[in-house]
Design a protein around this ligand. Structure first.
Ligand code: GDD
Ligand code: MG
Length: 379
């Protein structure tokens, strides 16, 4: 079976992580998110994948190629300007002759896709939408169904008083190709706001496939961290440690898992690693440094005695000796000089450099000066 993976969004909520890395390539347990998605689809015999992106980044082509290395077939479909979720699928119409799957490219789930496809066929539906319960439906698409699981109403990003159920669109659809006839080619169209409401008006059979299996949208830094945390628990254990090949971890290091140390990383004397934390490939944590509840991508360096807590660091970041970061998100190739104490929760854009001793909590004016210079971007 074929699946169109939608991945042409701007991923603004994950910036600066996604300034130079597409959302589908952000590492999860030290593998691109896309690799986890491909594994999932393969487990459900969905092996012909069409990646619908704005412009296909070289990074993605270089990693996936035509899919042979992953045991799947990959086709790419690009858009000159964003066509919306449905417009992007319409753009691949000539490849879609039979029942197919559409998958939002930022969803990690254990939903039984095989069961969903069978259910779609049994019901004779034109569209089946996977549904999942969430705490706050206002940031998703809310889907009301009747006693026979037929969709009655679809409300994208409802206000609080429009919320009638906590079951939302999980971003996974099984569709019949006939649905494509109601999408105009080359016109920005969304399933959520345009196509599903139109089909409901016409009385077409759309079904909801409700599932309580694990489901998460990695679109925000919190949920991206949560997925890594959940998978650490799942694969390494609540207090576990996994050290990949060619690492050097000094015996005096204190580790409280779950912690994953990526290939070729070095952790120096007296360091403390507190989970859930992940070091990417080739990271270096110098003597006496602390990494707590943080994700570091490949080739990051944390200097002597530095403290990195509750942070997300993209590739090739350097945190200087004695510096302290809490709740910060760094784009790639950010350098923080020695002995800086960053304000909590700042996001720093790729390639920025902060000199030694440039920012400290006292006096506050230092931070203000740094903000004015454009060094810091506070959320
Ligand atoms: N090719 C392409 N072109 N892909 C797009 C476009 C586009 O113009 N716009 C968005 N996408 C992709 C995004 O990259 C993402 O993988 C997916 O479509 C969904 O877009 P998001 O921007 O992440 O939407 P959302 O999370 O706010 O809401 C959607 O997902 C929710 C579940 O996570 C909606 O489908 C909601 O109804 C749903 O509940
Ligand atoms: Mg999303």
């Amino acid at each position: 079976m074929k699946a169109v993976i939608l991945s042409g969004g701007k991923a603004t909520r994950l910036r600066p992580l996604t300034c130079n890395t597409p959302k589908i390539m952000v590492p999860v347990l030290n593998r691109p998110f896309l690799a986890h998605l491909v594994d999932y689809l393969k487990r459900h015999q969905v092996t012909e994948l069409i990646l619908a992106m704005g412009e296909v980044p070289e990074q993605v082509r270089a990693y996936l190629g035509v899919g042979g290395g992953f045991g799947v077939e990959i086709a790419y479909s690009s858009e000159q300007s964003p066509l919306g979720t449905a417009g992007a699928v319409k753009n691949t119409e000539e490849l879609l002759r039979e029942t197919f799957v559409v998958f939002n490219g930022d969803i990690f789930t254990d939903i039984d896709l095989t069961g969903m496809i069978e259910w779609h066929r049994r019901k004779g539906a034109i569209a089946t939408i996977a549904l999942t319960p969430v705490d706050d439906p206002t940031v998703y698409g809310v889907v009301e169904t009747d006693a026979k699981d037929r969709v009655r109403r679809f409300t994208e990003k409802p206000s609080r008083d429009e919320v009638t159920t906590n079951m939302i669109n999980a971003g996974i659809y099984v569709l019949e190709p006939s649905i494509l006839t109601c999408i105009r080619p080359g016109v920005f169209t969304m399933f959520e706001r345009d196509v599903f409401p139109l089909l409901l008006e016409r009385g077409e059979a759309i079904y909801g496939f409700a599932s309580r299996d694990y489901w998460i949208d990695i679109g925000t830094p919190e949920s991206y961290f949560k997925l890594n945390e959940d998978l650490l628990h799942r694969h390494i254990g609540a207090k576990g440690l996994r050290v990949e090949r060619q690492c050097s971890v000094q015996p005096s290091v204190r580790i409280d898992g779950p912690v994953l140390i990526g290939e070729g990383s070095c952790v120096g004397d007296g360091c403390v690693l507190l989970g859930p934390s992940i070091l990417g490939k080739g990271c270096r944590i110098d003597e006496g440094a602390l990494v707590q509840r943080s994700l570091l991508w490949d080739d990051c360096t944390v200097g002597d005695g530095a403290r990195v807590r509750n942070c997300l660091l993209s590739s090739c970041c350097r945190v200087g000796r004695g510096s302290a970061l809490d709740g910060c998100i760094l784009g790639d190739k950010v350098t923080i000089g020695a002995n800086n104490e960053l304000p909590q929760g700042v996001r720093i854009w790729p390639g920025k450099c902060i000199d030694d001793h440039a920012i400290s909590f006292q006096p506050w004016s230092n931070q203000e000066a740094a903000k004015k210079q454009g060094i810091l971007d506070v959320e």
